[in-house]
Design a protein around this ligand. Structure first.
Ligand code: ATP
Ligand code: MG
Length: 650
C-alpha cells in the first residue's frame, strides 16, 4: 500500500512563513464564507488603472456559463510585472537565464532591462501591424525573448498563444490557424540537450499550410542558416534597433483575454484554453507567493517550459508580478549529465525548486551521486506538478534532494485553472508522499459519486472531483467554442466545475488525486485507479517507470496491461516479469495482479512529460489504427516500438 507517513512542517520555516497553520485556517474559512470580500481584498495586490467596484459575477448554469472577476476594473499585465517594480527594484535581477550548455554564460536581466527589451519588442509588434485583441503565436526556445514576447503582447493588448518549440510543423499550423495569428515569433534554431532544432524551418513548413501572409519575427539564437521569406520575415535584433525603448501600456479590461493555451492533449484533442487579464494575474501572483513561501531576495526556479501553463503562471506572470527573481532554463535535466539540475541550483543558490514527477523519476534512475555531490543547502521549498507523484519518487525527492528538511508542495492544478487549486503550504501543512493535501484559498473541492453525482460527505471516501464555486484564475472559455467549454466542464455534474480527475479524501480529510477519471479500470467488478498499480511497480527497485491501462478481458471485464521501463542497468527477462507480478500482488493484493507486462524502452509522453495513456490503451486494445491526435507527443517514434512489441492476448 502507499506510504502514508506524515511529515510535519519544518518548524524553522513555519515560524517565518507567510501562512502558518492557524492563519491558513482563518484565511480559508474567510475565503469560503465570503468569496467576494476575500478576493476583493486580495485583488489589491496588483495595480489597477481603474479600480474595480464589482468583484465576482459568475454563473455555472449549463447553457449560460459566464465567469467574470473584477469586471469593471482596468489594468495592464506587463506594467504590473515590470513598471511598478522599477522604482524599488530597477537594478534587481528579474530573470536569470541559464543556457543549454553549461559552457555558455548565464544572463542576469534586471527589471530595468526587462522593461527596455519588452517595450522594444512591443513597438516592433506594433510596427508589424499587431494591435489590441490581435493574436500572436510564440514558438520559441526557453530564452529571455520568450518572456519579452509574452510581456510585449500583454503590453499592447495582443493575445498570445505559445506553442512548444518541440512541436511539429503540423501541430504549429493547427494552432496558428486556430487563432488566426497575425505574427509568429520564433528563433532560427533551438538548442536543447546539445542538439539543435531548426525552428524557423518548422515555421516555414507550418505556414505553407496556413495563410501565407503570416508575418514572422525571428530571434537570432544560433546563427545557423535559415530559409527566409522575403517581405514576411523580420529579424528581431534589426527591428528592435530601430524601435523606441519605451511603449505606453494599453489599458485593458479585467476580462479582456490575456492568452490562449492549448491543453496537453493527454486525454483527447487539445482545447484552446482562454485566460483573461485581472483575475488570472491576481491568482497567479497570490498562489506563487503563498505556495512557495516566496520571500524577497529568493531565487526561484520552475523547470517547466513556457509552452506549458506552468511556465505561464509560475515562470513569468506570477513571479514577475511579485517582483521576484525567476530562473529560466533552456536545457534538459540530463545534459550534459544527470547532475545538471543540481549544478544549476548550486550555481544560482536556488531557494524554491519546482519540477515534474517525470523529471524526478528520470533523475532517480541515475542514483544519488549526481545529487549529493552538489551543495543544495540554499533550497527551502521543493515543488512538483503535472501528474500524481508516486511515493517512491516523492521519498527520493524528499530525502535525497531535500535532505529531509525541505517541504514538498505537491501542487494539483490544470491548464484550465490558471493556478494551484490544491497543495500543502510549506509553513502550514504536514505533507504525505503523493497527496495534494489541502485546497487553496477560495477553492471548495467536493467528492461526488461518479454515476449519480451525489455529494459524498465525510472522510475516507473516494469519487470524482468537482469544484463548487469559481476562483479568479479560472479559464473563461474555449477559444472560438464556448459550447465545448460548457459541455466539457459544466454538463456532467450540474452547477459545479468538473475537473476530470478522481480523488480520495483520506481519514484525516486530506486530498489525494487518484488520476484522470478516464484512467479508472474495472477488474472483476473492482474499480481501481491505474496510478496505484503504477506506484506499486515503480516502488520495485528495478523499475524506472510504468504505465498501466485496462484492456478487454473475457473473464474479468478488464485486464491489467502494464508498460514497464526498467532502470538503466537492468535487463528484461521472464524471471523479472514473474517477480513483478508477485510484487504487485503483495503490494496491493491479488486483484491488482498484472495480466500482461510489456517492456517499454520509452513511454509516449506529452512534451510536458505526461504519459499519454489514451495511446497506450489503444495499443493494449490492438486498436492502433486510430491513435487519435499524436501531435503533442514528445517523441512519436516510441509508439512504433510499442506497437511492434505489443503483448499477445490469447
Ligand atoms: P488534456 O486536458 O488535454 O487531456 P492534460 O489534462 O494533461 O491534457 P494539463 O492541464 O496540462 O493537461 O494537466 C492537468 C492534469 O494533470 C490534471 O487534471 C491532473 O490529471 C494532472 N495533474 C497535474 N498536477 C497534478 C498533481 N500534483 N497531482 C496529480 N495530478 C496532477
Ligand atoms: Mg486536462
Amino acid at each position: 500500500m502507499s506510504d502514508t507517513k506524515t511529515h510535519a512542517p519544518n518548524p524553522e520555516l513555519a515560524a517565518h512563513a507567510h501562512v502558518d497553520a492557524a492563519k491558513y485556517k482563518e484565511m480559508y474559512a474567510a475565503s469560503i464564507a465570503d468569496p467576494a470580500g476575500f478576493w476583493g481584498e486580495h485583488g489589491k495586490r496588483i495595480d489597477w488603472i481603474k479600480p474595480y467596484s464589482q468583484v465576482k459575477d459568475v454563473s455555472y448554469d449549463f447553457g449560460n456559463v459566464a465567469i467574470n472577476w473584477y469586471g469593471d476594473g482596468t489594468l495592464n499585465v506587463s506594467s504590473n510585472c515590470i513598471d511598478r517594480h522599477l522604482a524599488a527594484r530597477g537594478d534587481q535581477t528579474a530573470i536569470i537565464w541559464e543556457p543549454d550548455s553549461p559552457e555558455d554564460e548565464a544572463k542576469h536581466i534586471t527589471y530595468r532591462e526587462l522593461h527596455a527589451e519588452t517595450c522594444k519588442m512591443a513597438n516592433v509588434l506594433k510596427d508589424l501591424g499587431v494591435g489590441k485583441g490581435d493574436r500572436v503565436v510564440i514558438y520559441l526556445p526557453m530564452i529571455p525573448e520568450a518572456a519579452y514576447a509574452m510581456l510585449a503582447c500583454a503590453r499592447i493588448g495582443a493575445i498570445h498563444s505559445i506553442v512548444f518549440a518541440g512541436f511539429s510543423p503540423d501541430a504549429l499550423a493547427a494552432r496558428v490557424s486556430g487563432c488566426d495569428a497575425k505574427v509568429v515569433i520564433t528563433a532560427d534554431g533551438a538548442p536543447r540537450g546539445g542538439r539543435v532544432t531548426n525552428l524557423k524551418d518548422n515555421v516555414n513548413q507550418a505556414l505553407i499550410n496556413v495563410i501565407d501572409d503570416t508575418k514572422c519575427l525571428v530571434v537570432k539564437r544560433t546563427g545557423q542558416q535559415i530559409a527566409w521569406r522575403n517581405g514576411l520575415d523580420y529579424w528581431l535584433h534589426e527591428e528592435a534597433a530601430k524601435a523606441a525603448d519605451d511603449c505606453p501600456p494599453e489599458e485593458m479590461g479585467a476580462e479582456d483575454p490575456l492568452f490562449i493555451l492549448y491543453t496537453s492533449g493527454s486525454t483527447g484533442q487539445p482545447k484552446g484554453v482562454v485566460h483573461t487579464t485581472g483575475g488570472y494575474l491576481v491568482y497567479a501572483a497570490f498562489t506563487h507567493e503563498i505556495t512557495f513561501d516566496y520571500k524577497d531576495g529568493d531565487v526561484y526556479w520552475c523547470t517547466a517550459d513556457v509552452g506549458w501553463v506552468t511556465g505561464h503562471s509560475y515562470i513569468v506572470y506570477g513571479p514577475l508580478a511579485n517582483g521576484a527573481t525567476t530562473l529560466m532554463f533552456e536545457g534538459v535535466p540530463t545534459y550534459p549529465d544527470a547532475s545538471r539540475f543540481w549544478h544549476v541550483c548550486e550555481k544560482h543558490k536556488v531557494a524554491q525548486f519546482y519540477t515534474a514527477p517525470t523529471a524526478i523519476r528520470a533523475l532517480m534512475a541515475h542514483g544519488n551521486d549526481p545529487v549529493t555531490k552538489c551543495d543544495l543547502s540554499s533550497i527551502k521549498v521543493l515543488g512538483t506538478v503535472g501528474e500524481p507523484i508516486n511515493p517512491e519518487a516523492w521519498n527520493w525527492y524528499n530525502d535525497v534532494v531535500g535532505g529531509g528538511r525541505c517541504p514538498i508542495v505537491d501542487t494539483w492544478w490544470q491548464t484550465e485553472t490558471g493556478g494551484h487549486l490544491m497543495t500543502p503550504l510549506p509553513g502550514a501543512h504536514a505533507t504525505k508522499p503523493g497527496a495534494a493535501m489541502k485546497p487553496f484559498f477560495g477553492i471548495k473541492p467536493l467528492v461526488l459519486e461518479p454515476a449519480s453525482g451525489e455529494i459524498i460527505e465525510g472522510n475516507g471516501v473516494e469519487g470524482v472531483l468537482v469544484i463548487a464555486d469559481s476562483w479568479p484564475g479560472q479559464m473563461r472559455t474555449v477559444w472560438g467554442d464556448h459550447e465545448r467549454f460548457e459541455k466539457t466542464y459544466f454538463s456532467d455534474y450540474k452547477g459545479y466545475y468538473f475537473t476530470g480527475d478522481g480523488c480520495r479524501r483520506d481519514a484525516d480529510g486530506d486530498y489525494w488525486i487518484t488520476g484522470r477519471v478516464d484512467d479508472v479500470i474495472n477488474v472483476s467488478g473492482h474499480r481501481m485507479g491505474t496510478a496505484e498499480v503504477e506506484s506499486a511497480l515503480v516502488a520495485h527497485s528495478k523499475v524506472a517507470e510504468a504505465a498501466v491501462v485496462g484492456y478487454p478481458h473475457d473473464i474479468k471485464g478488464q485486464g491489467i496491461y502494464c508498460y514497464v521501463t526498467l532502470m538503466n542497468d537492468e535487463e528484461p527477462n521472464e524471471e523479472l516479469r514473474k517477480e513483478l507480478r508477485t510484487w504487485v500482488r503483495t503490494e496491493i493484493g491479488p486483484i491488482a495482479s498484472p495480466d500482461l507486462i510489456q517492456w517499454a524502452p520509452g513511454l509516449p509522453k506529452t512534451r510536458s512529460g505526461k504519459i499519454m495513456r489514451r495511446i497506450l490503451r489503444k495499443i493494449a486494445e490492438d486498436d492502433f489504427g486510430a491513435l487519435g491526435d499524436t501531435s503533442t507527443l514528445a517523441d512519436p517514434s516510441v509508439v512504433d516500438d510499442l506497437i511492434e512489441n505489443r503483448m499477445n492476448k490469447s
